[in-house]
Design a protein around this ligand. Structure first.
Ligand code: BGC
Length: 743
C-alpha cells in the first residue's frame, strides 16, 4: 500500500513538473500565461517589428505578403506567429507580382478618403471597409493601416486626400463606419496618424503648437469618435510633436488620453521611424506596443534601457501583453491560411458605387445631364486619358486597371472625337513608357497644351466639350500654392480656348476636376457651363463620371471642406508651408538642421485656434467659392416637419425629405448648432435612400450632449454650452433650411 502511495506521489509530482515545463501556446484568452513564460529577449522581439529590407520611410516587406508594409516578429516556441501589416486607406497596398510566381495578386482601388467622405453615407463607408477588409483577409493581411483620421487644417496638406474632412465629427463617423466594416472580416483596422499630423513638410520633426481647445475639439475629437464607436484593433502614433512633445513619446497622449479617457483596448503602432529618430525606451513607456518597422538597433536600445532602469520591466510587460492579445485576435493565430482569392468583379462594383456617390457637382448652368442629342464629345486635357485614381506614397494602390474618362464615355455610349483623342493618347503612351516602376505611384502628367486648330475642328464637329484638370498628391510633401492649387497657364489657356471655340458655336463646356483636394476655381469657373469634382475616384472613376454626365444617376456628393475663393483667404495661410522648396520628407531625407528653427518647417503655430475651415469662414462671414457641405443635384429636395426630442443618449432630430424634382436622387441632411464662439458646428448628418420623384423619407439624426459642449481651458475639461439650443437643418453650412429648438 505504502509503495502504491509513494508511486502515486511520484507520478503526480512528475506530471506537475511536466506541465510547468510545457509551454502554453498562444490562444485567445491565455496571453497572460504566455507572457509569464517569455524571456526578456522575446518580449523585446515582440514589441519591435520584424523590419524592412532597408529603411525607406514607408513600409515595404518581402516577408509573407510581398509589398505589404511590414510584419511582426514570431516567437515559434510559444505559438506566436508573425502577423502582416498593410497600408490603406483606398484599398490594400501589396505587390501584384511575386518573384518566381506566375499568379497575380490583383486587388481593388477605391476612391480616396476625401472622396469616400464626400458621400456622407456611413453605411456605404462600412461596405467599403468590409470589402477592403475581405481582400485583406484573402491575401493574409492581419492589420490594415487605415483609416486616415487627421483633419484638413489647410487645403494644401499633402495627405489630405487620405483624410476625410476639415470637420472632426464627419471624420470620426466616417472613420468609425470604415473600421467596423474592415473588422467584420477578422482583420484589424488602425486609425492614423495620432495626432495633429496635418502637414507633410518636415513631418518627423515638426512641432505643432496648438491650444487646448482646438486640440480637444478638433484634432483629437475625430480619433475619439472612431475609438469610442468602432473599437479599432490598433491606432498609429504620428511622427510630429504636439506642443514640444513627440507624439510617439507622449504618455499623456497614448496612455492618459487614448487608453484611460477613451478606453482604447488595442495596440499602438508607431509610424515608420528609423533607428535613432526616437527614444525606444520612451516610446514603450509612453504606450507604443509595436515599434515599426523595427530594427536591431531598437532591440539593443531597449535591452540597454532595461539594464539601466531607464525602461521599467513592467512597462515592457504591458506592451508585450497587449501585443500577445492583438496577435491572438488574428485568424492567422488560429491557423488560417490565406486563400489568395478575391472576387474582383464584385469588389469593383462596390468601388463604383462609392465613386458614384462621391462626385460633387459644383456648377451647372443648364449643361448637365447631357441631353440625348449631345452624343459626340470633344475630350480635352491629358488627365481625361490618364485618369488619376489615387494619390502617391503609402496610400497608393496598384489596381489592375483604372477606367479613364475616354473609356467611361465610350462605355456610356458617347462618341469621342478622334483627333484630340489621338493626340493625348500618344503623349500618355510616351510618358508611361519612359517612366520606371515606382512602388509608390505616379504623379499627374503635366498638361501639354493643344493646338487651336484641333480645338476648332472639334468645336465644329462635336456636340459638347469636356476638359479634365488633373492633380495628384502624395506622402512626404505638401501641395504647393503656385504649382498645384492654382491652375497652370497651359490649363487656363486650354479652358479659355475650348470655351471660346465651343461657345461661338452655341455648344456647352464641362470641366471635370480629377483632383485630390481643393483647387482655385473662382478666376475661371464663369467661362464654363458645368463643373464636376470627381476627386481621385478609384479604379472605376471614368465610368462613375460618365454615369453622372449621361444622367444615369444624379450627383449626391457634398464637399467635406470649404473651398476658398483664393488661398490667401485661408486663416492658416501664414502658418502653413504653402511654398516650401526643401527636401521631401520621405525615405532617408536629410535632416533639416534645427538651428535656427524655421517657422512652418520646425514649428507651426496654430494661431487660428478653433477657427478651422467653415468654423472660420462662416463665423466671420467671409465669402467662399463653395461652402462646407455644398453639392448640387439634378433633382430638388424639400425638408419639412422638423421635430426634436430627448433620446436615451442625447437628442433625436427628425425631418422629412421629399424629392419634388423630376429625377431620382439622394439627399444629404446636415444638422448644425451654434456653440460658444462659433456661429455653428456640425453635430449630426444623414443621407436618404434613393428617392424617386414625389417620394419622401423621414430621416432621424442623433447626437449627444458632447456635441453641445466645448473644451474649457480653465477647467481643463468639457463644459456643456447651455445656450446651444437652436438647431439648424441644412443642405450645406450656408443653406439652412429649417430651425428647431431643443426643448
Ligand atoms: C506613413 C504611414 C504608413 C507607413 C507604412 C509611413 O511613412 O506615414 O501612413 O502606414 O509609412 O507604410
Amino acid at each position: 500500500m505504502n509503495r502504491q502511495i509513494s508511486l502515486a506521489v511520484v507520478l503526480v509530482a512528475a506530471l506537475a513538473l511536466y506541465s510547468c515545463q510545457t509551454s502554453h501556446r498562444l490562444k485567445p484568452a491565455n496571453a497572460e500565461r504566455v507572457l509569464a513564460q517569455m524571456t526578456q529577449e522575446e518580449k523585446i522581439r515582440l514589441v519591435v517589428g520584424a523590419g524592412n529590407d532597408k529603411f525607406v520611410g514607408y513600409g515595404s516587406t518581402k516577408l509573407l505578403v510581398p509589398g505589404a508594409a511590414g510584419t511582426t516578429a514570431p516567437i515559434e516556441r510559444l505559438g506566436v506567429p508573425p502577423v502582416v501589416l498593410s497600408d490603406g486607406p483606398a484599398g490594400i497596398r501589396i505587390d501584384t507580382v511575386r518573384e518566381g510566381d506566375t499568379k497575380r495578386y490583383y486587388h481593388t482601388g477605391f476612391p480616396i478618403g476625401t472622396a469616400l467622405a464626400s458621400t456622407w453615407n456611413t453605411s456605404l463607408l462600412e461596405t467599403v471597409g468590409l470589402t477592403i477588409g475581405k481582400e485583406a483577409h484573402a491575401y493574409g493581411i492581419d492589420l490594415l493601416f487605415a483609416p486616415g483620421m487627421n483633419l484638413h487644417r489647410d487645403p494644401l496638406g499633402g495627405r489630405n486626400f487620405e483624410y476625410y474632412s476639415e470637420d472632426p465629427l464627419l471624420s470620426g463617423k466616417m472613420g468609425a463606419a470604415f473600421v467596423r466594416g474592415v473588422q467584420k472580416n477578422g482583420v484589424g483596422a488602425c486609425p492614423k496618424h495620432f495626432a495633429v499630423n496635418n502637414q507633410e513638410t518636415n513631418r518627423k520633426d515638426v512641432d505643432n503648437r496648438v491650444g487646448q481647445r482646438p486640440l480637444h475639439e478638433l484634432y483629437l475629437r475625430s480619433f475619439e469618435i472612431a475609438v469610442r464607436e468602432s473599437d479599432p484593433w490598433a491606432v498609429m502614433s504620428a511622427y510630429n510633436a504636439i506642443n514640444g512633445e513627440q507624439c510617439m513619446e507622449s504618455r499623456w497622449l497614448l496612455t492618459d488620453v487614448l487608453r484611460r479617457q477613451w478606453h482604447f483596448n488595442g495596440i499602438v503602432v508607431s509610424d515608420w521611424a528609423a533607428p535613432g529618430w526616437r527614444s525606444s525606451a520612451k516610446e514603450i513607456t509612453a504606450g507604443n506596443d509595436l515599434l515599426a518597422p523595427g530594427s536591431n538597433e531598437q532591440r539593443e536600445e531597449l535591452t540597454k534601457a532595461l539594464a539601466s532602469h531607464e525602461l521599467k520591466a513592467a512597462d515592457l510587460d504591458t506592451c508585450a501583453l497587449r501585443m500577445l492579445r492583438f496577435v491572438s485576435r488574428t485568424t492567422r493565430a488560429r491557423g488560417y491560411q490565406p486563400t489568395n482569392t478575391v472576387d474582383l468583379k464584385a469588389d469593383a462594383a462596390v468601388s463604383r458605387q462609392a465613386a458614384d456617390e462621391a462626385l460633387v457637382l459644383l456648377e451647372n448652368h443648364g449643361a448637365l445631364p447631357l441631353k440625348d442629342g449631345a452624343n459626340k464629345i470633344g475630350l480635352f486635357g491629358i488627365s481625361s486619358y490618364n485618369f488619376i485614381s489615387v494619390g502617391t506614397g503609402s496610400g497608393n494602390v496598384k489596381s489592375r486597371h483604372t477606367v479613364n474618362l475616354l473609356e467611361g464615355l465610350r462605355h456610356a455610349g458617347f462618341a469621342v472625337s478622334q483627333s484630340p483623342s489621338d493626340y493625348y493618347t500618344s503623349i500618355v503612351r510616351d510618358s508611361v513608357s519612359r517612366r520606371s516602376y515606382d512602388e509608390l505611384g505616379y504623379a499627374a502628367i503635366p498638361e501639354p497644351g493643344i493646338s487651336k486648330a484641333l480645338i476648332d475642328r472639334s468645336a465644329k464637329d462635336d456636340d459638347v466639350a469636356i476638359v479634365t484638370i488633373g492633380r495628384s498628391s502624395g506622402e512626404g510633401a505638401d501641395r504647393n500654392l503656385y504649382t498645384d492649387f492654382l491652375l497652370q497657364p497651359k490649363e487656363l489657356k486650354l479652358i479659355t480656348d475650348v470655351a471660346s471655340a465651343f461657345h461661338q458655336k452655341g455648344k456647352k463646356v464641362i470641366v471635370i476636376l480629377n483632383v485630390p483636394g481643393v483647387v482655385e476655381t473662382v478666376s475661371w469657373r464663369d467661362k464654363v457651363d458645368a463643373l464636376l469634382c470627381a476627386w481621385l475616384p478609384g479604379q472605376e472613376g471614368g465610368d462613375a463620371v460618365a454615369d453622372v454626365l449621361r444622367g444615369n444617376l444624379s450627383p449626391s456628393g457634398h464637399l467635406t471642406m470649404t473651398w476658398p475663393r483664393k488661398y490667401e483667404d485661408c486663416n492658416t495661410h501664414d502658418n502653413f508651408p504653402y511654398d516650401y522648396h526643401g527636401p521631401k520628407a520621405i525615405g532617408n531625407y536629410p535632416k533639416i538642421p534645427r538651428k535656427p528653427a524655421i517657422k512652418n518647417v520646425h514649428y507651426v503655430d496654430y494661431e487660428e485656434g478653433i477657427y478651422v475651415g467653415y468654423r472660420y469662414f462662416d463665423t466671420y462671414d467671409k465669402p467662399v467659392a463653395y461652402p462646407f457641405g455644398y453639392g448640387l443635384s439634378y433633382t430638388h429636395f424639400t425638408f419639412s416637419q422638423p421635430a426634436v426630442k430627448k433620446a436615451a443618449a442625447g437628442y433625436q432630430v427628425s425631418v422629412t425629405v421629399t424629392n419634388d424634382g423630376k429625377m431620382a436622387g439622394k439627399e444629404v441632411v446636415q444638422l448644425y448648432v451654434p456653440l460658444k464662439g462659433l456661429i455653428h458646428q456640425l453635430v449630426a448628418f444623414g443621407k436618404t435612400r434613393l428617392l424617386n420623384p414625389g417620394e419622401s423619407e423621414r430621416l432621424t439624426l442623433t447626437f449627444t450632449p458632447r456635441e453641445l459642449s466645448y473644451w474649457d481651458e480653465n477647467m481643463n475639461g468639457w463644459m456643456l454650452d447651455e445656450t446651444a439650443r437652436k438647431l439648424e437643418i441644412a443642405s450645406n453650412s450656408r443653406d439652412i433650411r429649417l430651425q428647431v429648438s431643443i426643448p
